[in-house]
Ligand binder design. Structure first.
Ligand SMILES: NC(=O)c1ccc[n+]([C@@H]2O[C@H](COP(=O)([O-])OP(=O)(O)OC[C@H]3O[C@@H](n4cnc5c(N)ncnc54)[C@H](OP(=O)(O)O)[C@@H]3O)[C@@H](O)[C@H]2O)c1
Length: 326
């Protein structure tokens, strides 16, 4: 009897065209799985094709707010992965519709098709949080586990990697602004985690080597305050900028206006998120529900971030070198 190879196994990835999605697609393509990427606009998912062999990655149309399209994308798949998430609300893209009801739809589709499920949530998910984002993520975890008790849930801290929205955003702001804001004094603690490590953790769960029904908390090797992260950005891009503490209530007032930008720099909901530390819990560490528990040694920011923030230096890669002539 021949062993079943991964190329016989179809995995559907909802939200596979996003930042984390690209890395998950790459990790699973390397393992030889067949990959169906379920996206709202398949014609815009062409960037995924070079990550696999010809015919290995196929994009189909699905909107997580439309149960029938979620269900259709799940057909014949052995594993479903849900990476769909939004940082701010726009039009019909509401936290509850996308992150809670949508997540439950994926779990129900997994059940209907006998597929396993890996669901991506976020550290800070809490049904009692003042942040709507955090409440919708927590409600999703509850509904996902009740529809599919064997699901594996991954809660990352803030993700970093070449196309990230955190280091790139503040480095870009430092290029045009004389100051960077320290919301709430910049004391909130984060545990930035490399997007490639989170993708590796998801691939391990797809292989069936993560604990079913568990919530993993994924953080990098170092915990840093927001202020330390801003200092790190400035050192890396070799720029001097003022770091200006902004009390939460003033940040909230600013966010009330900024939230109307096409891609808001800050929303009142994000200010609420910034009030709470975003780090792996003691319970997760004790129970091995971490990257290390999955056998992954996380990359520090120093190993990755300078490789893509150099473009924010004054002279980019053309930094002046001093030649010593003896
Ligand atoms: N980035 C972080 O620092 C971070 C930290 C913690 C947790 N997470 C979580 O990790 C997951 C992936 O995050 P990311 O940074 O990769 O986000 P991202 O780049 O914004 O990707 C989100 C994906 O969701 C898709 N999507 C949005 N609304 C949809 C809908 N109605 N139906 C179908 N697809 C939809 C987007 O596709 P479209 O092109 O169709 O919009 C995109 O492919 C999210 O659940 C997020 O909450 C991220």
């Amino acid at each position: 009897m021949t062993a079943r190879s991964n190329s016989d196994t179809l995995i559907t990835i909802y939200g596979g065209s996003g930042f984390l999605g690209r890395h998950v697609v790459r990790a699973l393509a390397k393992r030889d799985f067949r990959i169906r990427v379920a996206v709202r606009r398949p014609e815009l998912a062409g960037h995924l094709q070079p990550l696999g062999k010809v015919g290995q990655i196929h994009a189909v149309q699905a909107n997580i707010r439309n149960g029938a399209s979620v269900e259709a994308a799940a057909r014949d798949a052995s594993v479903l992965i849900n990476l769909v998430g939004i940082l701010f609300e726009r039009g019909r893209q509401r936290f509850d519709a996308v992150q809670t009801v949508g997540a439950e739809q994926v779990a129900l589709a997994a059940n209907a098709h006998g597929a396993r499920l890996v669901h991506v949530s976020a550290i800070g998910a809490d049904e009692n949080s003042p942040s709507h984002y955090a409440r919708s993520k927590a409600a999703a975890e509850r509904l996902v586990l009740s529809a599919q008790p064997t699901a594996v849930i991954m809660r990352p801290s803030i993700l970093f990697g070449p196309e990230d929205d955190f280091f790139n955003r503040f480095a870009s702001l430092a290029r045009i602004s004389p100051a960077l804001p320290l919301i709430g004094g910049g004391k909130t603690r984060f545990q930035p985690v490399f997007v490639g490590d989170v993708a590796a953790a998801i691939a391990i769960a797809v292989d069936g080597n993560a604990r079913a029904g568990s919530i993993y908390e994924l953080g990098g090797p170092d915990v840093r305050t927001f202020k330390q992260l801003m200092q790190y950005v400035l050192t890396t891009i070799e720029r001097k900028r003022l770091l200006v503490p902004i009390p939460f209530f003033i940040a909230n007032l600013q966010a009330m206006f900024l939230q109307f930008m096409p891609t808001p720099l800050l929303t009142p909901d994000q200010v609420e998120l910034l009030r709470v530390d975003n780090v792996v819990s003691e319970a997760a560490i004790a129970e091995g529900r971490t990257l290390q528990g999955l056998g992954i040694e996380p990359e520090p920011i120093e190993a990755i971030v300078p490789t893509y923030l150099w473009r924010f230096r004054k002279t980019g890669q053309f930094r002046r070198r001093t030649l010593k002539i003896t």
